[in-house]
Write a protein that binds this ligand. Structure first.
Ligand code: ADP
Ligand code: MG
Ligand code: MG
Length: 908
């Protein structure tokens, strides 16, 4: 790295009411560092400290696990500054400065990285601390915690090695709780811990605080690349290159006795969104004790009785923080001898339910505008509101086995598993699972991700399982203390019953009730309203959901259509707010009842006349289908695609036919059935293609069997005409798939125009219709100007376009995609989220060429990507007119489109 003349800043101080950083510096300081700076500037009681920026993390990795001397000097200067602010010195024997060394990336990753408390203690400083505080129990408790954390995080000694010694001392001194250990017992613990370090790390516990600090800092950097942090980033699409900051902060102590404590909380309920002070605390405890689920914490309300002054101040501060950040805050605090200190604040992670409730409440309270409310809700989280719940009648019939804390709402049902690995194994076989654990740890993340729900025996509403469950939108019940879990024996006992791995259980994350049974489900409240079975007046949640989406509609530019093939799908999409169909796949109608034989008759025909006979039978059926779909969309535009898939999809499998023929032959049968099977087999063999996805499909079918395009056009125009006579005006959009050359489209357009003219003349009506194409073959995109001379609209078929651009078969990509992602060759699955650099570039070129050739060219997208928020963001940027997705994703898309419009407008 070449050095510039002006020294760059890598370390940022906070303390004495002033900070170098602020809330807008999350990239550099991480969320925690930026929050500590902002709180310091606001004059809140925050212990002083400094933040080593995320850039240093990246430098550390570039320079093979080293930090350049210049940065080391900058850190040393800040240590001096901190010592001055704290009035204590690192390593001093009579007044030692103790610090925490805390990880903190731009995006919070609960429990994924490491933090070390009480750094600076050694054999002499601990005596200094004792002399100063006259509290030997506290001093040695702090020291044993430090050795344990440092030993685990920095020296990589398994936690169990320490826990084993701790339990041994607890037992020998007859202590029940950790807090029952007195000074002499804790001294024993410290000695044993030092022995553990010597045995496992083959060195003495480092006594020099400066060495401790450097080692801890590097360990925090290393924790950025531990397996669980990498897995977490993969799940949440967080890039690896952003790195973590390191916060070094003066310690304050919640473990000095009964006038001290520590806790975490939220300004509103993050599970339901209710406006209530929410959280937990522990008296005489430090740091992670609350989250780790070792002792069961007290609800935060009870703090009011125990320490009314600190409680009042905490409420005031956190209310102020919520107003300041205009969002729910998730905070950490410690009380040392009745004095309150704030240690962290950030936007609280919340469930989809809570997100909608909170966003609409904050607007009602005039804290934010509707525009800001839109930006507060993660579009994907709306899916939680659509998930089915238990049928209340069925639910009541089954006795409740136990009740835990309702950490994250939703109905969960599945087979019990006791480990994250098993959860993954079972889920791979397509089985729904409930992960049951005494408590979850960050290493369980992969199992939690695939589970239907999470159930734990210990821990409170802010325990790891609760926090992560809410964030993932998974139903979770925690702290169900009645569960006697035997993880090794793969079973638990509750209420006199034994439940084994694989047994079915159900729980309700809103009430906390757990039942040992499979329970029938019922559509979600939102869906009941959309289906018309529940009045919107009766659903507060629906009204809020609808309010948020109505606000979204005001800010979005992109039109929202749905991919719907059948009338009831069209109705549903319309009820969800789609105003048009972007893709109606006509072939899906061929699978309708009693139709396959006619379709097969058409395919089997070896001459045009026979083919027409079959098509004539299909005509009235298709006409009714289109009529229904048009009607379901209440006159909004409907794009109908002519037949697309390879024909063999409509015929029986070759292998099955061969077996049938062989069986008939072996049975000595002859006659019609055998003849039919033989003919079918012969035709199937004739149709066999080596690569059907690149074979006789799409526009190629229409070109080789023009009578099929004729029939479909006739059905479309006749349906539109019938609806027109009923007073509903529709403008059908006839879409020719898989066009790579303008001449292909021209061939089909001539047919469509001819038939449309015939029908209009017969019916004595005039109907406006459009003819356009799907852009899904790269050649079509690269010659989009030529194609646009014949097409009145383009709809990007990004599934095929991705397949053909990468040369990845959609059906085979699963074999290597994960490895590509692990090796960082691909960040994301390009079939789920558009590949902006490649496929996106082709889309952008086609948009530009197409619009140049035809100014009023209508542009849309109907691939899977149409419902993906990140892809929607891209489509907003390239200026498409609409996006189209499956009906259930319409709400997600409405919100995502509004967010995209707002952020693109503000230049991103
Ligand atoms: P995480 O990101 O996992 O929450 P933190 O860095 O926030 O990790 O710290 C872990 C725990 O230690 C938290 O409960 C926090 O409040 C506490 N803690 C961190 N720094 C200090 C400090 N300087 N004094 C007292 N407690 C601290
Ligand atoms: Mg924290
Ligand atoms: Mg296609």
């Amino acid at each position: 790295m070449a050095k510039k003349a002006t020294a760059k800043k890598f370390v940022y101080f906070f303390g004495n009411g002033k900070a170098d950083g602020n809330r807008n510096m999350k990239d550099l300081l991480g969320g925690k560092g930026s929050g500590l700076a902002e709180m310091t500037n606001a004059g809140l009681p925050v212990p002083p400290g400094f933040t080593i920026s995320t850039e240093v993390c990246n430098i550390y990795y570039q320079q093979k696990s080293k930090v350049p001397p210049a940065i080391d000097r900058e850190i040393a200067d800040h240590v001096k500054k901190l010592e001055k602010a704290a009035g204590a010195t690192l390593g001093s024997t009579d007044n030692p400065l103790l610090v925490s060394v805390r990880s903190g990336a731009k995006f919070s990753m609960p429990g994924m990285m490491d933090t070390i408390l009480n750094l600076g203690l050694n054999d002499r400083a601990v005596e200094g601390l004792k002399a100063r505080t006259k509290n030997g129990r506290f001093s040695y408790d702090s020291y044993r915690r430090f050795i344990q954390m440092f030993g685990n995080v920095v020296l990589e000694i398994p936690k169990e090695a320490f826990e084993h010694e701790f339990e041994a001392v607890k037992k020998s001194s007859g202590a029940k709780m950790d807090t029952d250990l007195d000074e002499s017992a804790l001294r024993q613990v410290v000695d044993r811990y030092k022995g553990v370090v010597r045995a496992k790390a083959r060195r003495d516990f480092p006594q020099d605080p400066h060495e401790q600090l450097e080692m801890a800092r590097n360990a925090v950097f290393r924790s950025w690349m531990n397996a669980r942090a990498i897995e977490y980033r993969r799940i949440y699409d967080i890039p690896d290159h952003i790195g973590t900051a390191v916060n070094v902060q003066m310690m304050v102590f919640g473990n000095t006795g009964d006038r001290s404590g520590t806790g975490v909380g939220f300004t509103r309920n993050p599970a339901t969104g209710a406006k209530e002070f929410y959280g937990e605390f522990l008296i005489n405890a430090q740091g992670e004790d609350v989250v780790a689920g070792i002792r069961t914490p007290q609800p935060i309300r009870e703090l009011e009785q125990v320490m009314p002054k600190a409680y009042k101040q905490l409420r005031e501060i956190t209310t102020r923080l919520e107003r300041h950040y205009k969002d729910v805050q998730d905070f950490e605090f410690t009380i040392q001898d009745e004095r309150l200190f704030m240690l962290q604040t950030r936007s609280g992670k919340r469930t989809g339910f809570a997100a909608v409730v909170i966003a609409t409440d904050l607007v009602a309270e005039k804290l934010i505008t509707p525009k800001e409310a839109i930006l507060l809700v993660d579009p994907e989280s709306l899916n939680q509101l659509l998930a089915p719940g238990f049928d209340p009648v069925e639910w009541k019939k089954i006795p409740t086995a136990t009740k835990g804390l309702p950490a994250s709402p939703g109905a969960a049902s599945g087979h019990v598993v006791f480990s994250a690995d098993h959860a993954v194994e079972w889920a791979k076989q397509g089985k729904p699972v409930i992960l049951v654990r005494r408590e979850t740890v960050p290493d369980d993340i992969h199992g939690m991700f695939v589970a239907q729900g999470i159930l734990t025996a210990t821990g409170g509403m802010t325990s790891h399982a609760a926090v992560v469950g809410r964030q993932m939108g998974k139903p979770s019940v925690v702290g169900a203390g009645a569960l006697e879990i035997n993880e090794a024996g793969k079973q638990f006992r509750v209420n006199g019953q034994t439940v084994k791995e694989g047994d079915f259980i159900s729980f309700d994350g809103l009430s906390g009730e757990v039942k040992i049974a499979r329970v029938a489900s019922k559509p979600s409240e939102i869906l009941q309203v959309v289906n018309g079975t529940l009045s919107p007046k009766k659903s507060d949640l629906y009204r809020r959901f609808d309010q948020l989406l109505t606000w979204s509609d005001k800010f979005r530019r992109l039109g929202i259509r749905a991919n719907a093939d059948l009338p009831d799908q069209a109705e549903l999409a319309y009820a969800f707010g789609a105003r048009g169909i972007g893709l109606c796949r006509t072939e899906h109608m061929f699978f309708g009842e009693g139709r396959i034989p006619i379709v097969q008759q058409m395919i089997l025909a070896d001459n045009e006349a026979d083919r027409r006979k079959a098509l004539d039978k299909l005509l009235p059926l298709q006409r009714d289908d289109f009529y229904g779909v048009f009607k379901g969309m209440h006159g909004c535009p409907v794009t109908i695609r002519t037949i697309d898939p390879p024909l063999h999809e409509f015929l029986p499998k070759r292998e099955d036919l061969m077996v049938d023929v062989a069986k008939l032959e072996a049975a000595g049968k002859s006659g019609r059935e055998l003849d039919e099977k033989r003919t079918l087999l012969a035709r199937v063999e004739q149709l066999h293609e080596f690569n059907p996805m690149l074979g006789h499909r799409g526009v190629r079918l229409g070109i080789t069997y023009p009578e099929s395009t004729e029939m479909q056009t006739r059905a479309i125009i006749e349906a539109a005409s019938r609806l027109g006579k009923e007073g509903v005006k529709v403008v059908p959009e006839i879409m020719i798939p898989l066009v790579g050359m303008v001449k292909e489209l021209r061939d089909q357009k001539i047919i469509v125009d001819r038939i449309a003219a015939d029908v209009m003349k017969e019916q004595g009506v005039k109907i406006k219709y459009l003819v356009g194409t799907m852009i899904e073959v790269p050649r079509g995109a690269m010659t989009a100007d030529e194609v646009a001379s014949e097409a009145q609209f383009f709809s990007f078929g990004t599934n095929d376009l991705t397949q053909l651009t990468f040369g990845f078969s959609r059906d085979d990509v699963g074999k290597f995609l994960r490895i590509y992602q692990d090796k960082k060759i691909l960040e994301r699955d390009p079939f789920a989220s558009i590949d902006v650099d490649g496929v996106g570039k082709i889309v952008a070129i086609a948009v530009e060429l197409g619009r140049k050739a035809r100014k009023d060219l209508k542009l849309g997208i109907c691939g899977e990507h149409g419902g993906d928020p990140a892809s929607i963001h891209f489509f907003e940027k390239v200026g498409l007119d609409y996006v189209s997705m499956s009906p259930y994703r319409v709400p997600v898309a409405r919100l995502a489109a509004a967010q995209a419009a707002l952020s693109v407008k503000h230049g991103d």
